[in-house]
Write a protein that binds this ligand. Structure first.
Ligand code: HEC
Ligand code: HEC
Length: 252
Protein backbone atom coordinates (compact mmCIF):
# COMPACT_ATOMS: atom_id res chain seq x y z
CA UNK A 1 0.00 0.00 0.00
CA UNK A 2 1.39 3.45 -0.90
CA UNK A 3 1.69 6.11 1.71
CA UNK A 4 -1.17 8.15 0.23
CA UNK A 5 -3.53 5.20 0.08
CA UNK A 6 -2.68 4.26 3.64
CA UNK A 7 -3.57 7.84 4.70
CA UNK A 8 -6.94 7.61 2.92
CA UNK A 9 -7.63 4.31 4.53
CA UNK A 10 -6.96 5.70 8.03
CA UNK A 11 -9.11 8.75 7.24
CA UNK A 12 -11.99 6.56 6.11
CA UNK A 13 -11.66 4.51 9.28
CA UNK A 14 -11.85 7.66 11.43
CA UNK A 15 -14.95 8.87 9.61
CA UNK A 16 -16.59 5.47 10.11
CA UNK A 17 -15.78 5.50 13.85
CA UNK A 18 -17.19 9.01 14.33
CA UNK A 19 -20.34 8.06 12.41
CA UNK A 20 -20.64 4.87 14.45
CA UNK A 21 -20.40 6.64 17.79
CA UNK A 22 -22.90 9.28 16.65
CA UNK A 23 -25.33 6.54 15.65
CA UNK A 24 -24.90 4.87 19.02
CA UNK A 25 -25.55 8.16 20.82
CA UNK A 26 -28.63 8.70 18.66
CA UNK A 27 -29.93 5.27 19.59
CA UNK A 28 -29.32 5.89 23.28
CA UNK A 29 -31.13 9.21 22.97
CA UNK A 30 -34.08 7.48 21.28
CA UNK A 31 -34.11 4.87 24.05
CA UNK A 32 -34.18 7.49 26.76
CA UNK A 33 -37.07 9.19 24.98
CA UNK A 34 -39.04 5.99 24.84
CA UNK A 35 -38.39 5.46 28.59
CA UNK A 36 -39.64 8.90 29.49
CA UNK A 37 -42.74 8.24 27.41
CA UNK A 38 -43.59 5.12 29.38
CA UNK A 39 -42.43 6.31 32.78
CA UNK A 40 -44.61 3.74 34.56
CA UNK A 41 -42.89 0.74 32.92
CA UNK A 42 -40.47 -1.06 35.30
CA UNK A 43 -36.88 0.05 34.82
CA UNK A 44 -34.63 -2.71 33.45
CA UNK A 45 -31.83 -4.05 35.70
CA UNK A 46 -28.76 -2.00 35.04
CA UNK A 47 -25.24 -2.85 36.14
CA UNK A 48 -25.10 0.43 38.08
CA UNK A 49 -28.21 -0.40 40.15
CA UNK A 50 -27.62 -0.68 43.94
CA UNK A 51 -27.66 -4.52 43.71
CA UNK A 52 -25.05 -4.50 40.96
CA UNK A 53 -22.82 -2.35 43.15
CA UNK A 54 -22.66 -4.86 46.02
CA UNK A 55 -19.24 -6.31 46.82
CA UNK A 56 -18.94 -10.14 46.77
CA UNK A 57 -19.02 -10.12 50.61
CA UNK A 58 -22.22 -8.06 50.71
CA UNK A 59 -23.82 -10.41 48.18
CA UNK A 60 -22.62 -13.40 50.19
CA UNK A 61 -24.26 -11.99 53.31
CA UNK A 62 -27.59 -11.66 51.47
CA UNK A 63 -27.37 -15.24 50.18
CA UNK A 64 -26.38 -16.45 53.67
CA UNK A 65 -29.43 -14.79 55.22
CA UNK A 66 -31.77 -15.73 52.37
CA UNK A 67 -30.79 -19.41 52.29
CA UNK A 68 -31.68 -19.87 55.97
CA UNK A 69 -28.21 -20.87 57.19
CA UNK A 70 -29.00 -19.13 60.49
CA UNK A 71 -31.81 -21.57 61.22
CA UNK A 72 -29.11 -24.18 61.90
CA UNK A 73 -25.95 -22.20 62.66
CA UNK A 74 -24.79 -19.43 64.96
CA UNK A 75 -22.56 -16.81 63.33
CA UNK A 76 -21.57 -13.16 63.46
CA UNK A 77 -22.96 -11.35 60.42
CA UNK A 78 -20.37 -8.60 60.59
CA UNK A 79 -17.01 -8.13 62.29
CA UNK A 80 -17.47 -7.72 66.04
CA UNK A 81 -21.25 -8.20 65.79
CA UNK A 82 -23.32 -10.36 68.14
CA UNK A 83 -23.60 -14.12 67.67
CA UNK A 84 -27.02 -14.80 66.09
CA UNK A 85 -28.86 -17.89 64.85
CA UNK A 86 -29.75 -21.36 66.13
CA UNK A 87 -27.34 -24.10 67.27
CA UNK A 88 -28.40 -27.18 65.30
CA UNK A 89 -25.04 -27.49 63.52
CA UNK A 90 -21.66 -26.24 64.72
CA UNK A 91 -21.08 -22.56 65.42
CA UNK A 92 -19.60 -20.91 62.31
CA UNK A 93 -17.62 -18.34 64.29
CA UNK A 94 -14.16 -18.26 62.64
CA UNK A 95 -15.00 -21.34 60.50
CA UNK A 96 -13.12 -19.62 57.64
CA UNK A 97 -9.91 -20.53 59.43
CA UNK A 98 -10.78 -24.24 59.48
CA UNK A 99 -12.21 -24.81 56.01
CA UNK A 100 -10.83 -23.91 52.58
CA UNK A 101 -12.83 -22.54 49.64
CA UNK A 102 -12.98 -25.84 47.80
CA UNK A 103 -14.32 -27.72 50.81
CA UNK A 104 -16.93 -25.01 51.49
CA UNK A 105 -18.17 -25.05 47.91
CA UNK A 106 -18.40 -28.83 47.68
CA UNK A 107 -20.04 -28.98 51.10
CA UNK A 108 -22.83 -26.58 50.00
CA UNK A 109 -23.44 -28.64 46.88
CA UNK A 110 -23.36 -32.06 48.56
CA UNK A 111 -22.86 -32.05 52.38
CA UNK A 112 -23.36 -35.83 52.52
CA UNK A 113 -20.45 -36.48 50.19
CA UNK A 114 -18.00 -34.71 52.53
CA UNK A 115 -19.69 -35.53 55.81
CA UNK A 116 -21.59 -38.82 55.45
CA UNK A 117 -24.86 -38.66 57.36
CA UNK A 118 -24.76 -34.86 57.62
CA UNK A 119 -28.07 -33.26 58.59
CA UNK A 120 -27.26 -30.24 56.44
CA UNK A 121 -29.34 -29.94 53.28
CA UNK A 122 -27.85 -29.37 49.82
CA UNK A 123 -27.66 -25.85 48.38
CA UNK A 124 -26.92 -27.04 44.84
CA UNK A 125 -29.92 -25.00 43.64
CA UNK A 126 -28.00 -21.73 44.12
CA UNK A 127 -26.65 -20.04 40.99
CA UNK A 128 -22.85 -20.37 40.53
CA UNK A 129 -22.35 -16.65 41.36
CA UNK A 130 -24.43 -17.06 44.52
CA UNK A 131 -22.32 -20.05 45.54
CA UNK A 132 -19.13 -18.03 44.89
CA UNK A 133 -20.43 -15.16 47.02
CA UNK A 134 -21.44 -17.56 49.81
CA UNK A 135 -18.02 -19.22 49.78
CA UNK A 136 -16.26 -15.82 49.95
CA UNK A 137 -18.53 -14.63 52.77
CA UNK A 138 -18.18 -17.72 54.98
CA UNK A 139 -14.45 -17.93 54.23
CA UNK A 140 -14.20 -14.40 55.66
CA UNK A 141 -15.48 -15.63 59.07
CA UNK A 142 -12.07 -15.36 60.68
CA UNK A 143 -10.42 -13.43 63.47
CA UNK A 144 -11.56 -10.06 62.15
CA UNK A 145 -15.13 -11.18 62.94
CA UNK A 146 -14.29 -11.83 66.59
CA UNK A 147 -14.96 -8.94 68.94
CA UNK A 148 -11.70 -7.71 70.39
CA UNK A 149 -11.28 -8.05 74.16
CA UNK A 150 -14.86 -9.20 74.68
CA UNK A 151 -15.66 -9.19 78.41
CA UNK A 152 -16.15 -12.57 80.08
CA UNK A 153 -19.40 -12.78 82.08
CA UNK A 154 -19.50 -15.75 84.45
CA UNK A 155 -23.12 -16.34 85.47
CA UNK A 156 -23.30 -19.64 87.32
CA UNK A 157 -26.61 -21.56 86.79
CA UNK A 158 -28.09 -22.86 90.05
CA UNK A 159 -27.47 -26.49 89.18
CA UNK A 160 -23.69 -25.90 89.37
CA UNK A 161 -21.43 -24.83 92.25
CA UNK A 162 -18.82 -22.06 92.07
CA UNK A 163 -16.20 -24.72 92.92
CA UNK A 164 -17.17 -26.73 89.83
CA UNK A 165 -16.89 -23.65 87.65
CA UNK A 166 -13.47 -22.78 89.15
CA UNK A 167 -12.28 -26.32 88.48
CA UNK A 168 -13.67 -26.23 84.96
CA UNK A 169 -11.90 -22.95 84.29
CA UNK A 170 -8.57 -24.43 85.45
CA UNK A 171 -9.13 -27.54 83.29
CA UNK A 172 -9.92 -25.35 80.30
CA UNK A 173 -6.30 -24.12 80.46
CA UNK A 174 -4.57 -27.31 81.64
CA UNK A 175 -6.34 -29.53 79.06
CA UNK A 176 -5.37 -27.19 76.23
CA UNK A 177 -8.91 -26.07 75.32
CA UNK A 178 -7.60 -22.51 75.39
CA UNK A 179 -5.15 -23.42 72.59
CA UNK A 180 -8.06 -23.82 70.15
CA UNK A 181 -10.85 -21.68 71.63
CA UNK A 182 -11.00 -17.96 72.38
CA UNK A 183 -12.58 -16.91 75.68
CA UNK A 184 -12.56 -13.13 76.10
CA UNK A 185 -9.30 -11.86 74.69
CA UNK A 186 -7.24 -15.06 75.17
CA UNK A 187 -7.00 -18.26 73.16
CA UNK A 188 -6.48 -19.72 69.71
CA UNK A 189 -8.95 -19.56 66.81
CA UNK A 190 -8.96 -23.20 65.63
CA UNK A 191 -12.40 -23.89 67.09
CA UNK A 192 -15.40 -21.60 67.62
CA UNK A 193 -15.17 -18.67 70.04
CA UNK A 194 -16.57 -19.80 73.41
CA UNK A 195 -16.87 -16.44 75.23
CA UNK A 196 -20.68 -16.91 75.20
CA UNK A 197 -20.69 -20.74 75.14
CA UNK A 198 -23.52 -20.81 77.70
CA UNK A 199 -25.68 -18.94 75.21
CA UNK A 200 -25.13 -21.38 72.32
CA UNK A 201 -28.33 -23.18 73.27
CA UNK A 202 -26.52 -26.46 74.01
CA UNK A 203 -27.89 -28.69 76.75
CA UNK A 204 -25.62 -30.07 79.51
CA UNK A 205 -26.00 -33.52 77.93
CA UNK A 206 -24.94 -32.18 74.54
CA UNK A 207 -21.85 -30.53 76.06
CA UNK A 208 -20.91 -33.71 77.92
CA UNK A 209 -21.38 -35.94 74.89
CA UNK A 210 -19.50 -33.48 72.66
CA UNK A 211 -16.54 -33.48 75.07
CA UNK A 212 -16.44 -37.27 75.13
CA UNK A 213 -16.90 -37.74 71.38
CA UNK A 214 -17.24 -34.56 69.26
CA UNK A 215 -18.10 -36.55 66.13
CA UNK A 216 -21.12 -38.19 67.68
CA UNK A 217 -23.26 -35.06 68.22
CA UNK A 218 -23.24 -34.16 64.53
CA UNK A 219 -23.99 -37.59 63.02
CA UNK A 220 -20.51 -38.44 61.78
CA UNK A 221 -19.63 -34.92 62.57
CA UNK A 222 -18.13 -31.72 61.35
CA UNK A 223 -14.60 -32.64 62.40
CA UNK A 224 -14.07 -34.75 59.25
CA UNK A 225 -11.26 -33.07 57.37
CA UNK A 226 -10.70 -30.29 59.92
CA UNK A 227 -6.93 -29.77 60.18
CA UNK A 228 -7.16 -29.44 63.98
CA UNK A 229 -10.31 -31.29 65.01
CA UNK A 230 -11.66 -31.17 68.52
CA UNK A 231 -10.04 -34.13 70.34
CA UNK A 232 -12.02 -36.60 72.44
CA UNK A 233 -11.76 -35.92 76.17
CA UNK A 234 -13.19 -39.28 77.19
CA UNK A 235 -10.18 -40.08 79.42
CA UNK A 236 -11.13 -37.34 81.91
CA UNK A 237 -13.01 -38.31 85.08
CA UNK A 238 -16.77 -37.75 85.17
CA UNK A 239 -16.16 -35.01 87.79
CA UNK A 240 -13.73 -33.17 85.55
CA UNK A 241 -16.11 -33.42 82.60
CA UNK A 242 -18.99 -32.06 84.73
CA UNK A 243 -16.72 -29.20 85.86
CA UNK A 244 -15.94 -28.33 82.22
CA UNK A 245 -19.66 -28.39 81.38
CA UNK A 246 -20.33 -26.13 84.41
CA UNK A 247 -17.71 -23.66 83.18
CA UNK A 248 -18.96 -23.70 79.57
CA UNK A 249 -22.60 -23.19 80.59
CA UNK A 250 -21.61 -20.28 82.90
CA UNK A 251 -19.96 -18.36 80.06
CA UNK A 252 -22.80 -15.96 79.30
C1 HEC B 1 -30.87 -28.13 58.49
C2 HEC B 1 -29.77 -27.53 59.23
C3 HEC B 1 -28.67 -26.83 58.45
C4 HEC B 1 -28.79 -25.79 57.53
C5 HEC B 1 -30.06 -25.13 57.01
C6 HEC B 1 -27.44 -25.40 57.19
N1 HEC B 1 -26.54 -26.19 57.86
FE1 HEC B 1 -24.50 -26.05 57.75
N2 HEC B 1 -24.32 -27.69 58.97
C7 HEC B 1 -25.36 -28.36 59.58
C8 HEC B 1 -24.84 -29.52 60.32
C9 HEC B 1 -25.66 -30.53 61.11
C10 HEC B 1 -23.42 -29.49 60.15
C11 HEC B 1 -22.41 -30.51 60.70
C12 HEC B 1 -22.25 -31.66 59.72
C13 HEC B 1 -21.57 -31.22 58.46
O1 HEC B 1 -20.43 -30.73 58.53
O2 HEC B 1 -22.15 -31.37 57.37
C14 HEC B 1 -23.14 -28.31 59.30
C15 HEC B 1 -21.86 -27.92 58.93
C16 HEC B 1 -21.55 -26.74 58.29
C17 HEC B 1 -20.21 -26.22 58.08
C18 HEC B 1 -18.92 -26.86 58.57
C19 HEC B 1 -18.68 -26.38 60.02
C20 HEC B 1 -17.34 -26.74 60.61
O3 HEC B 1 -17.15 -26.53 61.85
O4 HEC B 1 -16.46 -27.22 59.90
C21 HEC B 1 -20.34 -25.04 57.37
C22 HEC B 1 -19.21 -24.12 56.93
C23 HEC B 1 -21.76 -24.83 57.15
N3 HEC B 1 -22.46 -25.87 57.72
C24 HEC B 1 -22.29 -23.72 56.48
C25 HEC B 1 -23.65 -23.58 56.18
C26 HEC B 1 -24.18 -22.51 55.33
C27 HEC B 1 -23.37 -21.41 54.70
C28 HEC B 1 -25.54 -22.72 55.26
C29 HEC B 1 -26.55 -21.95 54.45
C30 HEC B 1 -26.30 -21.91 53.01
C31 HEC B 1 -25.85 -23.89 56.08
N4 HEC B 1 -24.68 -24.39 56.61
C32 HEC B 1 -27.13 -24.39 56.30
C33 HEC B 1 -26.70 -28.03 59.49
C34 HEC B 1 -27.24 -27.06 58.64
C1 HEC C 1 -7.30 -29.00 68.56
C2 HEC C 1 -8.26 -27.95 68.75
C3 HEC C 1 -9.33 -28.10 69.84
C4 HEC C 1 -9.13 -28.37 71.20
C5 HEC C 1 -7.84 -28.68 71.93
C6 HEC C 1 -10.44 -28.25 71.80
N1 HEC C 1 -11.38 -27.95 70.84
FE1 HEC C 1 -13.36 -27.59 71.18
N2 HEC C 1 -13.68 -27.42 69.16
C7 HEC C 1 -12.71 -27.47 68.19
C8 HEC C 1 -13.34 -27.44 66.88
C9 HEC C 1 -12.63 -27.50 65.54
C10 HEC C 1 -14.74 -27.32 67.09
C11 HEC C 1 -15.88 -27.24 66.00
C12 HEC C 1 -16.34 -28.62 65.63
C13 HEC C 1 -17.08 -29.28 66.74
O1 HEC C 1 -18.08 -28.73 67.23
O2 HEC C 1 -16.66 -30.38 67.15
C14 HEC C 1 -14.91 -27.30 68.55
C15 HEC C 1 -16.13 -27.14 69.18
C16 HEC C 1 -16.30 -26.97 70.55
C17 HEC C 1 -17.56 -26.65 71.19
C18 HEC C 1 -18.90 -26.45 70.50
C19 HEC C 1 -19.21 -24.98 70.33
C20 HEC C 1 -20.58 -24.79 69.75
O3 HEC C 1 -21.51 -24.47 70.51
O4 HEC C 1 -20.76 -24.96 68.54
C21 HEC C 1 -17.30 -26.61 72.55
C22 HEC C 1 -18.31 -26.30 73.68
C23 HEC C 1 -15.90 -26.92 72.75
N3 HEC C 1 -15.32 -27.14 71.50
C24 HEC C 1 -15.28 -27.01 73.98
C25 HEC C 1 -13.96 -27.46 74.17
C26 HEC C 1 -13.37 -27.76 75.47
C27 HEC C 1 -14.09 -27.59 76.80
C28 HEC C 1 -12.09 -28.19 75.23
C29 HEC C 1 -11.07 -28.70 76.21
C30 HEC C 1 -11.48 -29.75 77.15
C31 HEC C 1 -11.87 -28.13 73.77
N4 HEC C 1 -13.03 -27.71 73.19
C32 HEC C 1 -10.69 -28.46 73.14
C33 HEC C 1 -11.35 -27.58 68.42
C34 HEC C 1 -10.74 -27.85 69.64
Amino acid sequence: MTRERWGNFVLALCVLMVLGSLAAKGLALLESFSYSESASAPAPHKPDSPLGKLTPLERGKLVFQGAGCLSCHMARLEPGGPLVGFPVGPSLSNVGMRRDERWLREHYIDPHKLVPGSMMNSFAYLAPEELDALVAYVKSFNLQYEPKNETVNLVIPERFTPQQVERGKALFSSQGCIGCHIVGSAGGPLGPNLTRAGKHGRTDEWQLQHLKDPLSVYVLGPTDGIPWPMPRFDKLSEEDLQALVAYLQSLQ
